[in-house]
Design a protein around this ligand. Structure first.
Ligand code: CA
Length: 264
């Protein structure tokens, strides 16, 4: 692969990017801002929800690190308003793992979640992975690659188009975040094979630390919510496996489809 075909983000190019940090706790806001600045990003901090929405509109940041518990309007509402105005990847900071699950269930539109307390090293790694994914997705949107059969994975009524980064089930497109899409592709690449949470973290998030495995759980929940609970099987205590759907002969169809009855 010629490396000059794909612009590679290095720390040097980080300086062109602004990261907005919306966090009311001064110690955390300062520590995050210092670390991200040291990584070469331009960093702006907003201390409450409304300032965060205003700053996002004004700065057009490359990504937003967004605390959930904020004075004024909370992180959920901030995320909704920011996304409604100008879609931007959001990494949400939550206080508890179950709060992350709740947010995934609500579908507030964040791309990744981290539960406090977190390490700055992990925050930087996650943010870089997030920006890479979004960068890939936006380059594809700007210059769609011609679809080839190699790029398309078909499992019964589930169609995953890796070139266009689109997925549909039963002909209905599901809107996955870039993170959810990469997770699905990783799982679907080895159907019926258990992938550990650590492996998924390492491949999708570039983060191979057991502290982040709940993140995988949250994103699997999101994928299930959008594509159906049967697609991803939990292997208790180990990880997840993609289960290709079986042709459902009980599903309503428009007339005969010519498929033979399933032997039982
Ligand atoms: Ca807070």
């Amino acid at each position: 692969m010629a490396s000059n075909d794909a612009p590679h983000r290095t720390s040097n190019s980080n300086s062109q990017l602004t990261i907005l940090v919306v966090e009311d706790e001064p110690a955390i806001a300062t520590a995050v801002a210092q670390r991200l600045t040291a990584e070469g990003w331009r960093v702006e901090v907003a201390r409450d929800g409304l300032s965060g929405v205003e700053a996002a509109a004004r700065l057009r940041p490359a990504a937003v690190v967004l605390d959930v518990m904020l004075p004024g309007i909370d992180g959920l509402e901030v995320c909704r308003r920011i996304q409604a105005e100008n879609p931007v990847p959001v990494l949400m900071l939550t206080a508890r793992d179950d709060e992350t699950d709740m947010l995934v269930g609500l579908g507030v539109g964040a791309d990744d979640y981290m539960t406090k307390p977190f390490s700055m090293r992990e925050l930087v790694a996650r943010l870089k992975a997030l920006l890479r994914r979004v960068d890939r997705a936006s380059r594809l949107a700007a210059a769609p690659e011609p679809a080839s059969s190699e790029d398309t994975m078909v499992f019964s009524d589930v169609v995953i188009d890796r070139a266009q980064r689109r997925v549909s089930r039963g002909g209905v497109e599901a809107h996955l975040t870039p993170t959810e899409f990469d997770l699905l592709v990783m799982l679907a690449g080895s159907p019926r094979t258990v992938l550990t949470r650590e492996r998924l973290l390492a491949e999708v998030w570039d983060w191979a630390d057991a502290s982040g495995t709940r993140t995988v759980d949250s994103h699997v929940k999101a994928v299930r919510r959008k594509l159906g609970p049967d697609l991803v099987r939990t292997v208790h205590g180990v990880g997840y496996a993609f289960e290709p759907p079986v042709e459902d002969d009980g599903r309503a169809r428009d007339g005969a489809d010519g498929s033979p009855g399933q032997p039982s």
